[in-house]
Design a protein around this ligand. Structure first.
Ligand code: SF4
Ligand code: SF4
Length: 96
């Protein structure tokens, strides 16, 4: 699932530079996550980096964007331009 930022966000700016997919940007009032770019950090890190650094724990999963780990992996491949290279052979790493 993509993650989302709730209105508890205090606009501290620390999560934006940590996102490997450039999914986080400043919205009208608080930071927002583009669900089309958030892979829960699958493909880059074991844990969502924004969640790791957020001081107020306001980044839950987005219930409007339910995705399996395999779907997140495919999104990572598309975003990174590796989908064409790896083609159908690409598969997700095993879940922990
Ligand atoms: S979970 Fe990872 S990819 Fe998603 S917004 Fe946070 S840092 Fe970016
Ligand atoms: S780290 Fe948390 S509080 Fe800070 S800008 Fe990001 S979502 Fe908002």
């Amino acid at each position: 699932m993509a993650l989302m930022i709730t209105d508890e966000c205090i606009n501290c700016d620390v999560c934006e530079p940590e996102c490997p997919n450039q999914a986080i940007s400043m919205g009208p009032e608080i930071y927002v996550i583009d669900p089309a770019r958030c892979t829960e950090c699958v493909g880059h890190f074991d844990e969502p980096q924004c969640v790791q650094v957020c001081p107020v724990e306001c980044i839950p999963v987005n219930p409007a964007h339910v995705e399996s780990r395999e779907q997140l992996w495919q999104k990572y491949l598309r975003l990174s331009g590796r989908a064409e290279q790896e083609g159908a052979a690409a598969s997700a790493p095993k879940a922990p």
